[in-house]
Write a new protein. Structure first.
Length: 301
């Protein structure tokens, strides 16, 4: 493996370690149904505003050029996925599910990212790849039904699954942009272009009552690290090591999230949750090894 690829893997792992704290910190900031703290909408949009302010300073300090006209649509899609979609959906959901529970849902993210990336780069995943994708998704749904105690998915689980789709889209388009732009500039521009929407909405949903310091510390983490610095490492790692190779380090994210949730939130990790997490990760690991062929020029895009 080339030194550049090794560096990409380590940067990717750093990004994943930072992202792994996102769900526990979000849970700490939004509270529980019995003891609510900040609203999920404020957590999602407020953290984007803080990160956008830091991004504007960074873009000025690094004398970043304006993105090419052809890159604006991809930046808009990246922003929709990782600035709006994923943060909003997961922040709203986290008041109603424990971080350990949500970590199992996150287990499908590597496979979802690979699927979106394959479509974006006009590749043809094998039948084995799609079989693993379907099995992993079925395991996640089965876990949500089992833990929900009914025959219908809890609305929070549906929000988490939709959030995984948004994250996969934002990761895939952001990784593609990182081949043409500085990886750090990708997330910065995605945040800055969203500011006309995030700033007024965050102000409108700003907490009007005092919040405990722990909630504000958790908010600060997701704003500075989850929404900003984590993407510096993540997109740089994808650019250096390749999306397919580096995205595999996401396999450790559910387990890191669980490890952080137990001491931070006092949650428990039972055998059923761990078994489902291992099964989902196994499908992702096997699916990553299934062949993905380039699409021929005769085939439709």
């Amino acid at each position: 493996m080339r030194p550049q690829e090794v560096r990409g893997l380590w940067l990717g792992l750093l990004g994943v370690a930072i992202f792994a704290l996102t769900l526990p910190m979000t849970r700490l900031a939004v509270g529980t149904p019995d003891a609510p703290q900040m609203s999920g909408v404020f957590i999602a949009l407020g953290r984007a505003v803080v990160a956008a302010a830091l991004s504007a300073l960074f873009l000025l300090a690094s004398r970043a050029p304006l993105p090419d006209r052809k890159d604006w649509p991809a930046l808009a899609i990246t922003s929709a996925g990782v600035v709006f979609g994923f943060p909003l959906l997961t922040s709203i959901a986290m008041r109603n599910v424990q971080a350990v529970h949500a970590s199992v849902i996150v287990g499908v993210l590597p496979l979802a990212t690979a699927a979106v990336g394959a479509w974006l780069h006009r590749q043809r995943p094998s039948a084995g790849f799609w079989t693993c994708a379907a099995l992993g998704s079925a395991l996640v749904v089965a876990f949500a039904l089992l833990k929900g105690g009914g025959l219908a998915l809890h609305p929070a689980d549906l929000l988490l699954l939709a959030g995984m789709v948004c994250a996969a889209i934002g990761y895939a388009w952001g990784a593609q942009l990182s081949q043409r732009m500085r990886a750090e500039h990708v997330i910065c521009w995605a945040l800055v272009i969203a500011l006309p929407l995030t700033l007024p909405l965050a102000w409108f949903t700003l907490p009007r009552t005092p919040m405990p310091p722990a909630a504000w510390w958790a908010f600060a983490y997701v704003a500075v690290f989850s929404m900003w610095l984590g993407f510096f490492a993540w997109y740089r790692g994808l650019a250096l090591g390749g999306t397919v190779r580096v995205s595999q380090v996401q396999l450790v994210q559910p387990f890191l999230s669980m490890m952080f949730a137990v001491p931070l939130l006092g949650e428990t990790l039972d055998g059923v949750t761990l078994a489902f997490a291992l099964a989902v990760i196994a499908t992702v690991f096997i699916g990553k090894r299934m062949p993905v062929r380039p699409q021929t020029s005769q085939e439709p895009a």
